[in-house]
Ligand binder design. Structure first.
Ligand SMILES: Nc1nc2c(c(=O)[nH]1)N[C@H]1C(S)=C(S)[C@@H](COP(=O)(O)O)O[C@H]1N2
Ligand SMILES: [Mo]
Length: 406
């Protein structure tokens, strides 16, 4: 007779503590059996996310919000999207964390500990919009490879830290400085320690803006691990890929930074519009800088049902990269006519702006509420998909929700 091997008692006790309960019939388990409760780590628990968040990928972890989850003025961690290119660093040694400034264009190489950064430089807090360049990618046709973000790869939390500018001025940068590039502690999916999952950056003008921070707090507390603990670059209004998480180095470059995902087609769009599906040469692709104007209706949730005669309050946010949002309008007749929403000023530059409106519907039936923001230069969101591009970036088409009046 075939003899099966069973799990040992010590192993069972250990397993029980991981699944969080006594494994009642554990003695019947074959030795190589994998308990269902152990197979998949629960990302919502692991990252303190709301269970309505949507997991797009687990290797690496990429998780997005839904529109109605983003209703808060300041995005709490539980509703903040996660975008990773590599593996989240483990075993972070806070006491020994350092950041080194180097590159062709620093006067001398310099390393700071976190305590030094915090004590030597003045601290600032800003609310900053971070939107993934690929937010909205799922709608492009022909489709683009990569995480199929719908609308949920945007957040606007408060970030506290020191100004990158103050640190660069203390170190001294040469006149030929053109760009900064970040280096970080996350590891490449291949496991190759020499490869960086991502190492992007921004031109000096953006690096030296008041709001560009080396941040160590998010929403008043230590930055959650998935969002860059213990130190993160935050460059609001630009594709969030420029905001390096877990950073331990900044290189001041005398040319456009050429780190991983700065070159080729990554975070670039055709310099001139192309037809959907066209091949574009690398040299005809331009780096994405300020993000385009966009808005999101965060309340009510799409599909809301309302009694006839009742008015509907809508709420949402609008943002426009480096620019301010000048107006937000809504339409209930598929874009034929538009009415103005109330629009608040941003808390500070590069923070999203809150809008609201009270809507009356003429009679029973199915409606869609569309929202359209216009930036301070008069550029509005398109109602249909904007320019197709090979990697599916910068979809800022109008957001829509369905409403039924019964
Ligand atoms: N070190 C490091 N920084 C990173 C990334 C990364 O993979 N590694 N992803 C970038 C991208 S593409 C985005 S959209 C944002 C996402 O920030 P979040 O996960 O805090 O929302 O982080 C950016 N910074
Ligand atoms: Mo991103």
């Amino acid at each position: 007779m075939h003899r099966r091997k069973f799990v040992k008692k010590g192993t069972l006790t250990a397993l029980a503590s991981i699944v969080g309960a006594d494994i009642v019939f554990g003695k019947n388990l074959p030795i190589d059996y994998k308990l269902l409760g152990l197979q998949d780590p629960d990302p919502f628990k692991m990252f303190n996310k709301d269970s309505q968040m949507v997991v797009l990928n687990d290797k690496p972890w990429n998780i997005e919000a839904q529109a109605h989850l983003l209703n808060d003025t300041i995005t709490p961690n539980k509703y903040m999207f996660i975008r990773n290119n590599g593996k989240i660093p483990e075993d972070i040694d806070l006491a020994n964390w350092t950041i080194t400034f180097d590159g062709e264009s620093v006067k001398q190489k310099k390393t700071y500990s976190l305590d030094e950064l915090k004590s030597k430089f003045k601290q600032y807090t800003y609310q900053l919009t971070l939107e993934c360049g690929g937010n909205g990618r799922s709608e492009f046709n022909p489709p683009a490879k990569g995480n199929q973000w719908t609308i949920g790869a945007v957040s606007c939390a408060t970030w506290t830290g020191v100004r990158l500018r103050d640190v660069l001025e203390a170190i001294g940068i040469k006149d030929d400085a053109v760009y900064i590039g970040y280096h970080a502690a996350d590891t490449h999916l291949s496991g190759d320690p020499k490869k960086e999952p991502i190492s992007r950056g921004v031109p000096m003008a953006k690096a030296l803006q008041d709001e560009t921070l080396l941040a160590f707090k998010m929403n008043g507390a230590a930055i959650p691990l998935a969002h860059g603990y213990p130190l993160r670059l935050v460059a609001g209004g630009w594709p969030a890929s420029a905001s390096g998480k877990w950073i331990n180095g900044i290189s001041v470059r005398n040319k456009v930074h050429d780190g991983t995902k700065m070159t080729g087609t990554a975070y670039r769009v055709p310099c001139n519009a192309v037809a959907p599906g066209d091949k574009v040469k690398d040299e005809d692709m331009c780096i994405i800088e300020s993000m385009p104007v966009k808005s999101l209706i965060t309340s009510p949730k799409t599909g809301a049902i309302l009694k006839e005669g009742k008015s509907l309050d809508i709420n949402g946010h609008a943002w426009a990269g480096e620019l301010k949002v000048a107006k937000v309008e809504y339409s209930i007749d598929f874009g034929s006519t538009w009415k103005t929403c109330a629009l608040e000023a941003p808390t500070n530059r590069l923070a999203w702006q809150h809008f609201s409106a009270t809507i009356q519907f003429p009679k029973k039936g199915y409606y869609e509420v569309w929202a359209k923001a216009t930036d301070s230069k008069g550029i509005a969101q398109p109602m249909v998909l904007p320019g197709w591009n090979p990697k599916g970036y910068l979809n800022n088409a109008c957001h829509r929700i369905a409403i039924k009046i019964s």
